[in-house]
Design a protein around this ligand. Structure first.
Ligand SMILES: C[S@@+](CC[C@H](N)C(=O)[O-])C[C@H]1O[C@@H](n2cnc3c(N)ncnc32)[C@H](O)[C@@H]1O
Length: 233
């Protein structure tokens, strides 16, 4: 039985499907058990709601540093949008190594400083945030690991690097600008936009509207990510 784990919510499933040339992983996902782990109750509730239709899934409260899972059990571990929250990347990768089988695949998906700093355009809406408010870029980049740091941590913790893949992941499709505006107004909490005052957020939305003035709907918002595939030695 193939067992795997992801530190993620529902959209990790789709991320795995989107990755090109990884049909094997996709096949394993269909056949195996998925355990999703997060230390946030709110995130676990959302994950259970969004993944009710998938068989063989379970969601557990746990910490990426100390999952409490048994060792040498998992074929695939996916850590999506997790590592920029961690002060100790080594401790997280050590734990991933502990719970994985030999030759298991660890997939880390996150944004590097380079991903974050790509310029804004009709797809990369996030780039406009930083053009309008450079202080947000400074904040965003300060919490991101660069690719060399991730690679070094993987090697230090018993993995060999298989491949590093850049991807553009569709965040959402908006039929008109008003939908994007509503979405931006709701991006509080975990989004970098919670650094802005209400007035600044409104200024940003006007700025983006001007930038997109010549663009005909729909707007397809995409984010640039880096995905590291590593194999437990
Ligand atoms: C940006 S969100 C990404 C959520 C989800 N992984 C996804 O891909 O959509 C980061 C998540 O990491 C979780 N998190 C942060 N540090 C963690 C840790 N040490 N152990 C477990 N979860 C953690 C947060 O609770 C949050 O849900």
């Amino acid at each position: 039985m193939i067992r795997y784990l992801y530190f993620s919510k529902y959209n990790a499933w789709f991320t795995v499907k989107q990755l090109q040339n990884r049909d094997t992983i996709h096949t394993k996902c269909r056949a195996g058990h998925i355990t999703g782990i997060d230390f946030s109750d709110e995130m676990l509730i959302a994950a259970r709601e969004n993944c009710g239709m998938f068989p063989n899934t379970a969601f557990l409260k746990g910490n990426a540093y100390h999952s409490t899972l048994p060792e040498n059990q998992l074929d695939i571990v996916l850590e999506r949008a997790l590592i920029h929250h961690l002060n100790d990347l080594n401790a997280c990768l050590k734990e991933a190594n502990r719970i994985m089988k030999k030759d298991g695949v660890l997939i880390i998906q996150d944004r590097t400083p380079e991903d974050c700093l790509l310029l804004g355009d009709e797809n990369h809406i996030r780039g406009f945030f930083f053009e309008k408010f450079p202080k947000l870029a400074t904040k965003e980049v300060s919490r991101r690991y660069d690719s060399n740091q991730v690679q070094q941590a993987l090697l230090t913790n018993g993995f060999r690097i298989d491949r590093i893949v850049p991807i553009w992941e569709t965040r959402r499709r908006y039929t008109q600008f008003g939908e994007l505006k509503e979405d931006l107004l709701l991006r509080t909490g975990r989004s970098i936009l919670h650094e802005l005052t209400d007035d600044q957020l409104r200024d940003l939305i006007s700025f983006i509207q001007d930038k997109l003035i010549d663009h005909t709907a729909p707007i397809v918002e995409k984010d640039s990510w880096t995905v590291w595939f590593a194999v437990k030695e």
